[in-house]
Design a protein around this ligand. Structure first.
Ligand code: KG4
Ligand code: ZN
Length: 333
């Protein structure tokens, strides 16, 4: 089954063509990062307008890259939520228009389920069940995943998401946007033990990152002058290590509590090079296998949406043209 995926929940306009929920035929991502960078974060109104400009060329490009026309497409999968409503509506409207005019089945997909499903586009995906850590700009959650759509919540953030912790620190340090990417790069030349940052909620599988952000703020206030040079590298590495420490530690603990031997790490923050290295090393030491999609499939993309859509369509799910965007949509209670 050849499925066209469409994703527009935040600041990337994305389209992809996937065959049989496994084979990536094309994956086009039009990023708005440059537009939002000057505001230090995503401006929802601007994001919707940019999606409108980018959506048609992005879909046409995805079809061209796959070497196909719409005649070959057998279904449309689109992100329905969670995300920015104005942004989601652009993808949804386009998906509905194509489905209606081409008489194709349409299905709305949960973005978080999409992040987890990205792993099925890798050559050697894990069988169910597994533990999944979803770490993105809006979510930091540990699930036990039994199958498609079968998620049990094990832990989640009580305040900021891990991606937010990166982005807010980058704003405080005045080093650019999106923060995760810049901190990742600066941290490579830094000493992760140089500065002490707190690790929140050590005894729980839930996360808290707001204290970490506050401690950086207090540190900067006390200093009076911004970090630069070597010290900036050290600050980035130390701050990043505090986030990575709790993500790795709690996910491994959740896996051992659930008796799971396989862990999937996904979402934008899973593109972080230190997080990838630490998970690989620490999981192996505990006799667990860790699966992480390549960075381009960790950050927002439409291929992951097409994978979930394929399974939903195979199960017989069809959404009507009344399909609406949802801003909050947990995959597990
Ligand atoms: O999954 P995603 O692309 O969008 C959401 O669904 O939120 O995740 C975006 C988040 C941002 O907070 C960004 O700073 C973070 O992922 N991110 C990273 C890296 N690349 C993206 N964080 C740490 N290290 C990275 N290399
Ligand atoms: Zn995402």
């Amino acid at each position: 089954m050849v499925i066209l995926g469409i994703e527009s929940s935040c600041d990337e306009t994305a389209a992809a063509v996937v065959r049989d929920g496994r084979v990536l035929l094309s994956n086009v991502i039009a990023s708005q990062v440059d537009v939002h960078a000057r505001y230090g974060g995503v401006v929802p109104e601007i994001a919707s307008r940019k999606h409108i400009e980018a959506i048609s060329p992005t879909i046409l490009r995805a079809l061209a890259d796959a070497g196909l026309t719409l005649d070959a497409v057998e279904g449309i999968a689109v992100t329905q939520g969670p995300g920015l409503i104005g942004s989601l509506l652009v993808g949804l409207s386009m998906a509905k228009a194509i489905a209606f005019s081409r008489r194709l089945p349409l299905v709305g997909v949960n973005h978080l389920e999409g992040h987890v499903a990205a792993i099925f586009l890798t050559p050697d995906p894990p069988p169910f069940p597994f533990i999944a850590l979803v770490v993105s700009g809006g979510h930091t959650t540990i699930y036990r995943v039994e199958g498609f759509g079968r998620f049990a919540l094990m832990g989640q953030t009580r305040d900021d998401a891990a991606g937010e912790a990166f982005d807010k620190a980058a704003k405080l340090l005045d080093i650019g946007y999106p923060g995760g990417v810049v901190i990742d790069r600066l941290a490579r030349e830094g000493d992760a033990g140089a500065m002490a940052f707190p690790r929140g909620m050590r005894d729980s599988l839930d996360f808290s990152f707001s204290g970490l952000k506050t401690s950086l703020m207090v540190m900067l206030k006390k200093r009076g002058v911004p970090f630069s040079g070597r010290e900036l590298n050290d600050a980035a590495a130390s701050y990043q290590e505090a986030i990575v420490d709790v993500l790795v530690e709690k996910t491994l603990r959740a896996a051992s509590m659930a008796g799971a031997k396989r862990i999937v790490v996904c979402g934008g923050v899973a593109a972080n090079s230190r997080l990838r290295d630490r998970f690989r090393g620490d999981a192996a030491a505990e006799g667990m296998e860790v699966f992480i999609p390549p960075p381009v499939l960790c950050t927002d993309n439409a291929a992951m949406i097409a994978v979930v859509g394929t399974h939903l369509l195979e199960q017989g799910r069809r959404d009507g043209l009344g399909l609406n965007a949802v801003s909050r949509w947990p995959v597990a209670g």
